[in-house]
Ligand binder design. Structure first.
Ligand code: MLT
Length: 255
């Protein structure tokens, strides 16, 4: 086993309406072997930047973060909206990406119904504020069992409640208007992993398996006992899946 002087950067991009703290269990686990970065997307978490209204704008925000942190090339993971951002990032800056991990996300654009849902969410945000998301999102993010875990629900609500209305509104616009990136999957020529919670009703396993099937040499991992936010609901199994991919990745580098 070759001991590396420089650890490979691993960048984990959060979803909506969350922030970098969603990756706490992964940051803790992987920092021994990797240089783990968990950026807050512009406008979210501790970011003081304004949130853009396009997914490409968020991808440019990640590029700016790479420059600030002097990251030359990284293995990059994106959860859900973070997955939309990471796909755009790979499309825009392929040379900065060494490995791709797409977590509980999709490649297609919003359907007409999905777009109408975004517009309703923007209206509800205007009338009820972030409480609307704190009330409705845990049901979308968690499995039936997860929803009964009071600590987990409290943690998720806490993350949601600290996000800014304006940023959340812009992210909804960005997601509503995002383009279909299914074609991008066909051209991925770096190691790729797709991870999905077995009980993810929002970006279901069948959809993610189809994405993996479109991607040359990709692997797929299903996380049992987890819904949409699979890394928070079952961090033990999620980390095993990640570890497996990352060690294969490291092995390939040593060959
Ligand atoms: C997320 O979990 O990041 C979002 O719910 C994704 C989406 O709404 O499309």
């Amino acid at each position: 086993m070759i001991k590396r002087k420089h650890k490979t950067p691993l960048v984990l991009v959060h979803g909506f309406p969350l922030d970098s703290s969603m990756w706490a269990a992964q940051k803790n686990q992987f920092r021994k072997k990797f240089k783990v970065f968990c950026p807050d997307l512009p406008g979210f978490g501790k970011s003081e930047k304004g949130a853009p209204k396009t997914i490409e704008g968020f991808a440019r925000g990640v590029k700016a973060y790479f420059a600030e942190e002097k990251i030359e090339r990284a293995i990059i993971a994106g959860f859900s909206m973070g997955g939309y951002v990471v796909q755009a990032f790979y499309e825009m800056y392929p040379k900065l990406v060494e490995g791709l991990i797409l977590v509980d996300t999709r490649a297609v654009a919003d359907s007409a119904e999905g777009k109408a849902g975004r517009n309703n969410a923007i209206r509800s945000l205007g009338s009820e504020g972030m409480e609307y998301f704190a009330e409705t999102m845990p049901r979308r993010l968690l499995s039936k069992k997860g929803i009964e875990d009071r600590k987990l629900v409290r943690d998720v609500r806490k993350i949601i409640m600290r996000q800014k209305d304006e940023s959340v509104k812009n992210a909804l616009i960005a997601m509503r208007d995002r383009k279909d990136r299914s074609g991008l999957l066909l051209g991925i020529d770096i190691p790729a992993l797709f991870i999905c919670g077995a009980e993810d009703g929002f970006t279901p396993p069948e959809e993610m398996i189809s994405m993996a099937n479109l991607t040359k040499g990709a692997s797929f991992s299903m996380i049992k006992g987890a819904g949409h936010v699979s890394n928070m609901e079952n961090p033990a199994d999620f980390n095993l899946a990640l570890e497996d991919f990352l060690s294969g990745f490291e092995r390939r580098k040593d060959e």
